[in-house]
Write a protein that binds this ligand. Structure first.
Ligand code: NCD
Length: 316
């Protein structure tokens, strides 16, 4: 992989995605060892710069970096000079001066990691910027789908819920379509972007749009439920939660209608009982826990490809 930063999947080729997924396979093998530690990032400093809440993404980057023997520094907006009003660019200059090789960042403003990438000599990995992009989540979704089916091309993935505010959906659309899957985006009209013709107006590659889950779920090889991003919404976009549950919840009766062997996915955190029924979240079709485990392997792969010394994956 010949790039400095990972900001979104819109500029990834299928070959590049393949390389990340293949590297993640090797990392899964490392994760299955009794001692999950290999040396390629020894002496490198990875900074986790999180301006927004996160559990799984931050921890999985931290574990990924540690498994590759990097030094890891975690910075959250509270308790840092960000609270004293330091600008993002000044924070980055400080991190640069302190020797950060990779900055993993999450920010509520779309585009913030792109600004940081211009000011940092090291690599920037976008761990979620506002409603815009979440490329490592999309890569772990691709990895999980390929692990289960053996391929991605030709599969139909129905992503259902708050598409308008979802950075996960946007990055998944880029990654899935680039790998040859068909994507159906489904949700109430108030939680869907203005797609225009074939999705072009939303700045996305061609996708299918469906406002009625019961009309498209029978085509799904994968059903991916999304959390309603209340923290990003400015007004009441849902007249009633009960109506949302009636029409869009991924529940057992609906999953029953999906294609044989269909998978249920969710990026987490889940609001069980709202976008997904608890029995489905824990049911036999669910690969939600595997998504979390695969997240560590994907982040190890990316950190390795961006900053690793090519010394192989021998035991440290
Ligand atoms: C997602 C995010 O932060 O965008 N979570 C995650 O990274 N696993 C989805 C969400 O917050 O709903």
């Amino acid at each position: 992989m010949d790039r400095k930063d990972v900001l979104d999947l819109d500029d990834f080729s299928a070959e590049e995605i393949d390389e990340v997924l293949a590297t993640a396979e090797a990392m899964r093998e490392v994760l299955s060892r009794p001692i999950r530690r290999v040396p390629p990032l020894r002496g490198k400093t990875i900074v986790n710069l999180f301006y927004e809440a996160s559990t799984r993404t931050r921890i999985s980057f931290e574990l990924a970096a540690k498994n590759l023997s990097a030094d890891v520094v975690n910075i959250t907006a509270t308790g840092s000079s960000v609270e004293k009003g330091e600008s993002l660019v000044d924070t980055i200059k400080t991190l640069q001066a302190l020797g950060a090789d990779v900055v993993v960042m999450r920010h509520s403003m779309a585009g913030a990691p792109y600004l940081v990438a211009q000011h940092l000599r090291g690599s920037v990995v976008n761990a979620g910027d506002g409603c815009h992009a979440h490329p490592t989540q999309a890569l772990l979704d691709l990895f999980t789908i390929r692990q289960k089916f053996g391929f991605i091309r030709g599969l139909t993935v129905v992503i259902v819920g708050d598409i308008l505010y979802s950075r996960v959906a946007r990055s998944d659309v880029w990654g899935l379509t680039r790998m040859g899957a068909q994507v159906i985006l489904c949700g109430p009209p108030t939680l869907m972007p203005d797609f225009g013709v074939n999705g072009h107006r939303a700045g996305l590659p061609p996708v299918e749009i469906c406002y009625d889950l019961d009309r498209c779920i029978h085509r799904a090889d994968v059903v991916m439920a999304l959390r309603i991003q209340r923290e990003r919404q400015t007004g009441g976009l849902l007249p009633s939660l009960r109506e949302y549950i009636n029409l869009y919840q991924v529940n057992a009766a609906r999953v029953e209608k999906a294609r044989p062997g269909a998978l249920v996915m969710h990026p987490g955190p889940m609001n069980e009982g709202i976008e997904i029924a608890p029995d489905v979240a824990r049911g036999s079709r669910s690969v939600i826990e595997e998504q979390v485990t695969n997240g560590v392997a994907i982040r190890m792969a990316l950190l390795f490809l961006l900053a690793g010394e090519r010394v192989g994956l021998a035991v440290a």
